[in-house]
Design a protein around this ligand. Sequence first.
Ligand SMILES: [Cu+2]
Length: 126
Amino acid sequence: MKLFKILGALLLTFGLLSAQPIDLNGKKDGYDISLKSEKSLVVGDNTFLVTLSKDGNTITDAKVKVKFFMPEMPGMPYMEQTAKAELVDGKYKMLINFSMSGTWQYHLMFKTQDGKVHKIRSSVNL
Ligand SMILES: [Cu+2]
């Protein structure tokens, strides 16, 4: 009985943690990148917001795109979702539809005015 209570509490804790919107920050080639989701991630439509800055200055003239993918697994083909960002209120906004829960890897790419393409790789869970 006690064990079930502990397991229940753990599940609840994980549930609450994974129910938070994502808020990831990284640095690449001198740029500060933040990737946020508007809400907690769900199977279906998710809005992502990216902000870019360099030396404290917000960059709004880059081209930003993202690719989320899940490798092939037994009984499941490779899955991929890509989106090009649209600039809304100084933030790069993208819509991604996740077809299933699990770990999705992503490549976030942005092309700056100097013509250089920068890429960061990470993953999210839902
Ligand atoms: Cu999958």
